[in-house]
Design a protein around this ligand. Sequence first.
Ligand code: HEC
Length: 149
Amino acid sequence: MKRTMIVAGVLVLGAGAVMAQQEIAVQQDNLMRSIAKNQYGVIQKMTKGDIPFDKKAADQAIASIEADVAKIAKTFEINPKQDVVNATYGSSPKVWQNKADFDSKIPPVQKAIADAKGKITDVASLKAAYTTINDRCNDCHDTYRVKLK
Ligand code: HEC
């Protein structure tokens, strides 16, 4: 009886750990999705004319990206050692083998954002900002993001 209870307890703990790990992976993915919602769902769409140019909305999108990017280092502190179920992209194990280098990819994004802030006046300036910011995002993705499907 005692033995059965211990085994059951260990199983529950094990399941809890798995849940927590999946939760961490989801948090990391959600942060990237939130960034993407502004970068692709707002800014890129405006540059393509899919939605009308709106300076206020563009400025807001850039401010949201700025706030999210500031959370990357901390949000990716722990290695969840698993991918989000059914995700298209996952993190390379290199993120945690080389966390300092991973973190070093963040300030260039912040600099690109800082340089663009307050300078968006039309589609052309938004397009320039989009490209500069996106190139810096990809500097991290090239090494640390893996395509799962
Ligand atoms: C310091 C590294 C780093 C920076 C900077 C970074 N990302 Fe990511 N990004 C990742 C990693 C790692 C993943 C894969 C893991 C995940 O999805 O959580 C990822 C995943 C993504 C995904 C895929 C999400 C999905 O599962 O559909 C998108 C979209 C994305 N990033 C957009 C951006 C944009 C836009 C920027 C720049 C404004 C950016 N990222 C900056 C590391 C970074």
